[in-house]
Design a protein around this ligand. Structure first.
Ligand SMILES: [Ca+2]
Length: 162
């Protein structure tokens, strides 16, 4: 865990020790969004971190528009390097309403759209090649009608081996 850098209080000395990006993992433990933010089509009122049993996850409850629900700008990428972006999601509506998600990198779909199951976690994963040192990653909803209740967890970005 990168707690050493995160615990550094001196603002002049908070530069990450690693020059390049290795892995970025978000599991929402203790309500830590890890710099994921509510996207332009998400609702801060609908997206809340919840704890189910021992697991923290992000819960979307209610109607959402078609578009980006969650967004993160990942920094310190190596141009030309290939990365994998993955999440898992689970539909929690009482009547199994349709939830369809996709993953975007630089506004381009890299995974899905995939219908999210209700019984088990559905995994989405896609790859992208960094063209610059930073990139915008989105979790995108394809459904605008009805109430869509679902959980998102384990958002991961990792560098792939050559
Ligand atoms: Ca979790």
């Amino acid at each position: 865990m990168p707690t050493k850098d995160l615990s550094e209080k001196n603002p002049t000395n908070h530069k990450p020790s690693k020059a390049t990006f290795d892995r970025d993992f978000t599991d929402f433990t203790d309500e830590n969004w890890n710099n994921w933010t509510v996207g332009p089509n998400g609702s801060p009122d609908n997206l809340k971190v919840v704890k189910e049993g021992n697991n923290w996850a992000l819960n979307n409850q209610g109607r959402s528009d078609v578009g980006t629900l969650l967004r993160k700008t990942v920094e310190n990428l190596q141009p030309g390097q290939c990365y994998k972006f993955s999440i898992k999601a689970k539909q929690t509506s009482p009547d199994n309403r349709e939830v369809v998600l996709a993953l975007l990198a630089a506004h381009t779909s890299i995974s899905g759209p995939v219908k999210i199951a209700a019984e088990d976690w559905t995994s989405l994963a896609g790859t992208f090649t960094a063209e610059e040192t930073s990139i915008k990653l989105d979790v995108f909803s394809h459904i605008s009608y009805g109430f869509q209740d679902f959980l998102i967890d384990n958002l991961e970005i990792v560098a792939l081996e050559d």
